[in-house]
Write a protein that binds this ligand. Structure first.
Ligand code: SAM
Ligand code: SF4
Length: 497
């Protein structure tokens, strides 16, 4: 349906789909209350912090007072204890796996004016474009040829990229198939990062086969949010705050939260995320599937990156990653190519579960443009543009197995089912098998000789662990795994357990 910008802006927000989630007219973020909690938990005893670490190690989500206590730790040795625990929590829930994905930017037309973003309507230097469905397919083909199976599809908020368009683009990427060295490859999971929408529109995305719906609150602080979003639909803080509530009400059961660090006090944002997770858990029995913690990067026509008084140092960034890992231990954590290769190496061992590679964020950038970044065609400037092959090789050197698995979602292991499986460690067992199968498939189809050599020891170690784990013998999964591994070696594709 083609609408004018005015009609689109007037018709998007449904006030009753905000009000129904409020309690006594209030949302779940109390700005003053958060600062009071942080203040009330100053100078925590070492023993209290160690009790909190024990709770996180048991994969129990922390309460706001506990997160506030962590955020108040000043003893660097205690931070190192927490760093160790963060890595252990990640391994307990997700083992040594890391998932990779590629962002696919479909449009940069936007009615909003977020002061930090290159796509904002006031940025006259931006070259505007919405990909046609054929162009989306070309992008998906170019990404599938690199070996990616997962996308995060990104859109500006505009009538040209409305819910119908997004649904069509999801269907388009699933329709793509490319030839590989030994078989064929497809995109198997399309996650979406788009503006909040109504329950009715979320249902359209669900029907089209969306994976996870991701919305970042940017800043959870009401006042700072108002300053940074002076106009457009996004100026409505609560429409955004309850986006994932509506997504869950529409039947999408994997939702992802995030904040853009550098816009406001990082400790406040971590607290905001914990309150967000709690509200989702209380209402739906499901917390966030993943948490993102992007840091503000330079963007075309915008000085906020260098001027923001809240810029997060590398040291504080490391701390906020640890604090999130311990506070919401069941959630996946996504670090993106906004960060440099060096920074990614530092924080992945602290508990990250997903990252992107071979990343391009210009519109049409995978299929059309050369490798250089083009400031006037992308949202911000990337910190790491290494190829998927290089990143997989580095992970192998770090002892990590890159998983291309999308089975959980396709077997219905999502929403509250996956929450229970994650907390009990059972999901991890299935993931381990599927990680090896998809890793093997990827190495055969896409890897360079150097990466194959680096990955051999990782895959052999994994297979050895699987063969010696009674869980797999008891569940009679070993025979299926052996059979699938052999069939993949022979060129069969997309086998999962
Ligand atoms: N337009 C939709 C929205 O705002 O929700 C979805 C896509 S937006 C392009 C994706 C995310 O990019 C935003 O939520 C924001 O957190 C992040 N972002 C915007 N400007 C950025 C910058 N300069 N550096 C890093 N991340 C940025
Ligand atoms: Fe538009 Fe999203 Fe950028 Fe804001 S962050 S200007 S809504 S694309």
């Amino acid at each position: 349906m083609v609408r004018t910008v005015k009609e689109f802006m007037r018709g998007t927000i449904k006030q009753n789909e905000i009000d129904k989630y409020l309690t006594g007219g209030k949302d779940f973020i109390n700005d003053g209350g958060i600062f009071e909690r942080i203040a009330a938990n100053r100078n925590p005893e070492k023993s209290r912090i160690r009790d909190i670490i024990t709770k996180a190690r048991a994969i129990e989500r922390l309460d706001p007072d506990e997160t506030a206590a962590i955020l108040n730790v000043t003893d660097e040795d205690l931070w190192e204890e927490m760093a160790q625990a963060a890595g252990d929590v990640k391994r307990k829930v997700y083992d040594n796996r890391i998932i990779t994905f590629a962002p696919l930017y479909c449009s940069n037309l936007c009615v909003n004016n977020c002061l930090y973003c290159g796509f904002r309507t006031g940025n006259e230097k931006e070259r505007r474009r919405t990909l046609t469905i054929d162009e989306v397919k070309k992008e998906a083909e170019a990404i599938a040829k690199i070996g990616h199976k997962r996308l995060i599809m990104v859109y500006g908020e505009h009538p040209s990229s409305d819910a119908e368009y997004i649904a069509e683009t999801i269907e388009a990427v699933y329709s793509v198939s490319v030839k590989t060295r030994h078989g064929s490859a497809q995109i198997r999971r399309a996650n979406i990062n788009a503006a909040p929408m109504s329950i009715e529109n979320f249902k359209k995305l669900w029907k089209a086969g969306i994976g996870t719906f991701q919305v970042f609150q940017e800043t959870y602080h009401h006042g700072r949010y108002a300053e940074l979003h002076p106009s457009g639909i996004k100026a409505d803080y609560r429409w955004r705050l309850y986006a994932l509530h509506r997504a869950l009400d529409a039947g999408i059961d994997d939702v992802a939260i995030g904040a853009l660090f550098g816009l406001y006090d990082w400790r406040f944002e971590v607290m905001g995320m914990v309150y967000h997770a709690i509200d989702l858990e209380n209402r739906f029995g499901i917390g966030p599937h993943t948490v993102s913690f992007p840091r503000l990067n330079p963007a075309e026509g915008n000085g906020l990156h260098s001027q923001s008084p809240y810029r997060v140092t590398d040291d504080d960034f490391r701390k906020l990653v640890i604090a999130i890992r311990l506070s919401i231990p069941y959630a996946g954590m996504i670090v993106t190519a906004r960060e440099s290769a060096e920074m990614r190496r530092k924080i992945i061992p602290l508990g990250c579960t997903q990252t992107d590679a071979s990343t391009r964020i210009g519109i049409g950038a995978y299929s059309e443009t050369p490798l250089e970044q083009e400031a006037d065609n992308q949202q911000f400037i990337l910190g790491d543009t290494r190829s998927l092959d290089e990143v997989v090789r580095e992970f192998a050197d770090m002892g990590l197995i890159t998983s291309f698995c999308t089975a959980g979602y396709r077997c219905g292991r999502t929403g509250d089912k996956i929450m229970k499986l994650l907390k009990s460690g059972v999901e991890g067992k299935f993931c381990k098998l599927n990680a090896v199968l998809t890793y093997k498939e990827w190495l055969d189809d896409f890897a360079s000789g150097e990466t194959i050599r680096a990955s051999e020891k990782v895959i052999l170690k994994e297979i050895d662990q699987i063969k010696n784990d009674p869980f797999y013998q008891n569940k009679k999964l070993l025979a299926t795994f052996d059979d699938y591994l052999k069939r993949i070696t022979d060129g069969e594709r997309d086998l999962y357990i």
